[in-house]
Ligand binder design. Structure first.
Ligand code: ATP
Ligand code: MG
Length: 402
């Protein structure tokens, strides 16, 4: 603690947050950094976004700062823009919950302690003064030392208030490589069915954060072992061990691709729809799954190397390898070199286009153009013809013009 104070961490590292807290204090209010930033600060890990909590009301906050944006005033949150935008939220507690997900209303409270008490886990329920002093009523720092995720207060009660917290517990466990504290885990095991009250969009966000984390397998193991996964369609238990081989390559859709590889092919589309994957995500999953299947049949052909992007091939190679356990004859590097040696990267690189074909054939536009260009690209890709105007014209005249 002394060390932090000496270093003036907040002042140096988060000057905007420091300034906001300073101004709030000068106006007679209390203000602290809270939540994830404090957790990551204590862990000595990089901090993403810095949130501030204060006893000033949203209107009072707006009066103090020149540039603010209303982002969730009904929840007490105002975005204060200094050098960067920072969320400033009024101390609040969440009143009653009737549907296991959102509070019926927000009640502003008077003390920092009450605000911290409504937070999900002890590691997320600490605050930091602008002089780097830690406020830790619930043993968050000790939980970080012991590497555990523990609900603030009674876990059954907290998960019944908001069922999403169960999935957040699993996700934090994957991100931090922490274990779930016994009572917290038992509460999830007995209340997991409540997760079906949470919107699928929020579930998707948590799953993806888990897949992008340092320990996706740990997360998946808890997701399955806690019973949470049984509330969602798809086969989760069967392929659990294979998540050991999973790598996201920092693309969230790769998690869906890996998941898709463990499902019956005919239900994949339906599952991706259930989880509200976007069309881009569905396309990516389809490409990766197809590329894996092609690889599993043997080596990738020139046409396949041409068709799939390097990104898709790299991921598919990694996943295919885990399915085949090292039976692929060529290395990824060899495949990529082969791909790069193909004279065209896409059909757009062919030196002639549809207009040329129409002119040469003296015919109107129609589906025939695509057919010819497809045959042509196949031939160029396989080295059967050079990407050369004269040569292509000669070939076309010979094949199509009599
Ligand atoms: P991340 O790095 O994912 O942003 P975070 O801890 O900042 O982690 P947020 O979702 O941004 O997580 O939430 C900020 C803080 O708000 C949390 O640290 C926690 O104190 C509180 N919080 C968020 N969601 C909940 C919830 N469902 N129930 C209780 N408290 C919550
Ligand atoms: Mg955050």
């Amino acid at each position: 603690m002394k060390e932090w104070r000496k270093n003036s961490v907040m002042k140096n590292r988060w000057p905007a947050a420091y300034k906001i807290i300073d101004e709030l204090e000068q106006a007679g209010f209390e203000a602290f950094v809270v939540g994830g930033a404090v957790r990551d600060f204590v862990r000595n890990a990089p901090v993403n976004d810095v949130d501030i909590t204060t006893n000033a009301t949203p209107n009072e906050v707006k009066e103090i700062f020149m540039h603010t944006i209303d982002v969730g005033i009904e929840h007490g949150t105002v975005l204060v823009v200094l050098d960067e935008p920072i969320e400033v939220t009024t101390y609040r507690s969440e009143s009653t919950y009737t549907d296991f997900r959102r509070p019926d209303g927000v009640t502003f409270v008077r003390t920092l302690k009450e605000d911290l008490q409504r937070r999900d886990f002890t590691i997320n329920a600490m605050a930091l003064t602008k002089e780097d002093e830690l406020v830790d009523y619930f043993g968050g720092r000790q939980a970080i030392e012991e590497e555990i995720i523990q609900a603030v207060g009674n876990p059954e009660l907290r998960f019944s208030e908001d069922a999403l917290r169960m999935l957040r517990a699993v996700r934090f466990s994957a991100q931090l490589n922490f274990s779930l504290e016994q009572n917290t885990l038992h509460a999830i095991q007995s209340l997991h069915a409540l997760i079906s009250h949470v919107s699928i969009e929020r579930v998707k966000v948590e799953l993806e954060k888990m897949w992008l984390s340092d320990c996706p397998f740990k997360g998946m193991q808890l997701f399955v072992d806690s019973g949470l996964s049984s509330n969602f369609p798809g086969s989760w238990k069967m392929g659990l061990q294979s998540w050991n081989d999973f790598a996201s390559f920092n693309v969230k859709a790769n998690g869906w691709a890996f998941f898709a590889l463990q499902q019956k092919e005919e239900v994949v589309h339906q599952l991706l729809n259930h989880f509200k994957c976007s069309n881009d995500e569905k396309r990516h999953v389809k490409n990766v799954v197809q590329a894996v299947h092609c690889l599993v049949k043997g080596a990738w052909t020139a046409d396949e190397l041409f068709h799939y992007s390097e990104e898709v091939l790299s991921v598919a190679y990694h996943y295919g390898k885990s399915i085949l356990s090292n039976e692929i004859p060529d290395s990824l590097e060899e495949f990529l070199l082969r791909k790069r040696a193909i004279p065209i990267a896409s059909k757009k690189d062919i030196v002639i286009n549809g207009n040329d074909l129409m002119q040469w054939a003296n015919q109107k536009r129609g589906p025939w153009i695509k057919e010819v260009l497809d045959i042509l690209s196949h031939m160029i890709v396989n080295g059967e013809i050079t990407n050369d105007r004269q040569e292509i014209k000669g070939w076309f005249s010979h094949e199509y013009l009599h």
